[in-house]
Design a protein around this ligand. Structure first.
Ligand SMILES: [Ca+2]
Ligand SMILES: [Ca+2]
Length: 340
């Protein structure tokens, strides 16, 4: 794919058109610590990320001189909140085989300490998103699946919709809603926009069911692009397709564009765009992947194998972007800008 075509189809005519995207060399090393799950956020605001390492009920903040937070629960998803002094990390914890009676809990971590924002007995997390409007939580209980904004200590419910496990607010009153299945058992899922004021859905094009949603301004033109993993099928072993597509604005008449497909994987579970560079981390069942925009289009790099619960995140230190991958030995993959 020609990058000029890509950027012009973004509706962008900034200097990105004339600037070739950076090309990177991936330099992998194995670190001396383990993590069943990990995260990175600059909570002290000095420009370098702090590393969060979770192992067996303990979340260690910082690789050295560490603060330790103990909780009988397992981290599920985390989101970053920008603050005047850096970042906060917001983590949803829940039950697992080891912690079978753990409630669903949402905690905020900053440089000073941690604070529980919300908890729900016997709740299961569907999705967690942070936008300028606040924290948006999708969760299920015995009453069904609900979603809404966290306000004080409770969730201000905006939608109760079966099977709509993935939800992402485009704005306060407009939510992108992805279902794994449709109304009929085993039928294909779909992608729709929910208007909170009119309480109506409008369809967006998708190939079957949805497993992940993300928003990012990949070309830095001030407009967010919607990234979607579709292709889910109930016979996932043989029929499902693992794909990531991009919508150039949700009101665009253009069909979504396929950024990458992942042979040998049956779905994409999580899409993590970088905040500043056209880089996207993709978590699939077997491997992590990096999508990188270079002069030929979106290039796909297969990263380390991941366990059932492991994850991959971006990490920034000394101005260098790296990828951290969980495991018995954490892997760090530095993205070194290639000199030409
Ligand atoms: Ca820092
Ligand atoms: Ca954009």
């Amino acid at each position: 794919m020609n990058p000029l075509f890509l950027f012009s189809s973004f509706g962008c005519n900034s200097d990105l058109n004339s600037k070739a995207p950076a090309e990177y060399l991936l330099i992998e090393e194995q670190l001396e610590y383990s993590a069943e799950w990990l995260e990175a956020a600059d909570i002290d605001g000095d420009g370098d990320d702090e590393i969060f390492l979770y192992n067996k009920g303990k979340l260690q903040i910082g690789a050295t001189d560490a603060r330790v937070f103990e909780l009988e629960a397992e981290p599920k998803l985390a989101v970053h909140k920008k603050t005047a002094g850096g970042e906060e990390l917001i983590v949803a914890f829940g039950s697992s085989r080891t912690y079978s009676s753990a409630p669903l809990q949402i905690w905020r971590f900053d440089d000073e300490g941690e604070q529980m924002l919300w908890s729900l007995e016997k709740g299961q997390l569907g999705d967690l998103q942070y936008t300028d409007e606040g924290l948006f939580v999708v969760f299920s209980t015995s009453d069904g699946l609900k979603s809404g904004w966290l306000k004080e200590n409770s969730i201000d419910i905006v939608l109760e919709e079966r099977l709509a496990l993935r939800q992402l607010p485009i704005e306060r009153s407009l939510i992108a809603v992805g279902r794994v299945y449709g109304d009929e058992p085993r039928s294909d899922g779909d992608l729709r926009l929910y208007n909170v004021k009119s309480k109506e859905f409008s369809p967006l094009p998708s190939f079957r069911g949805i497993r992940a949603l993300a928003l990012s301004d990949l070309n830095q033109d001030g407009e967010q692009e919607l990234l979607v993993s579709d292709g889910w099928h109930f016979k996932y072993g043989t029929e499902a397709k693992a794909r990531v597509v991009l919508f150039d604005g949700i009101d665009s008449a253009e069909p979504p564009r396929l950024l990458a497909s992942f042979e040998g994987e049956y779905t994409v579970e999580r899409i993590t765009p970088h905040e500043k560079e056209p880089l996207i981390l993709v978590r699939a069942p077997k491997h992590g992947y990096l999508l990188q925009l270079d002069s030929l289009g979106w290039k796909r790099h297969q990263l380390s194998q991941l366990g059932d619960r492991g994850n991959i995140v971006f990490y920034e230190e000394g101005g260098t972007i790296s990828i951290l991958s969980s495991g018995a030995k954490v892997r760090k993959i530095a993205l070194k800008k290639e000199s030409k």
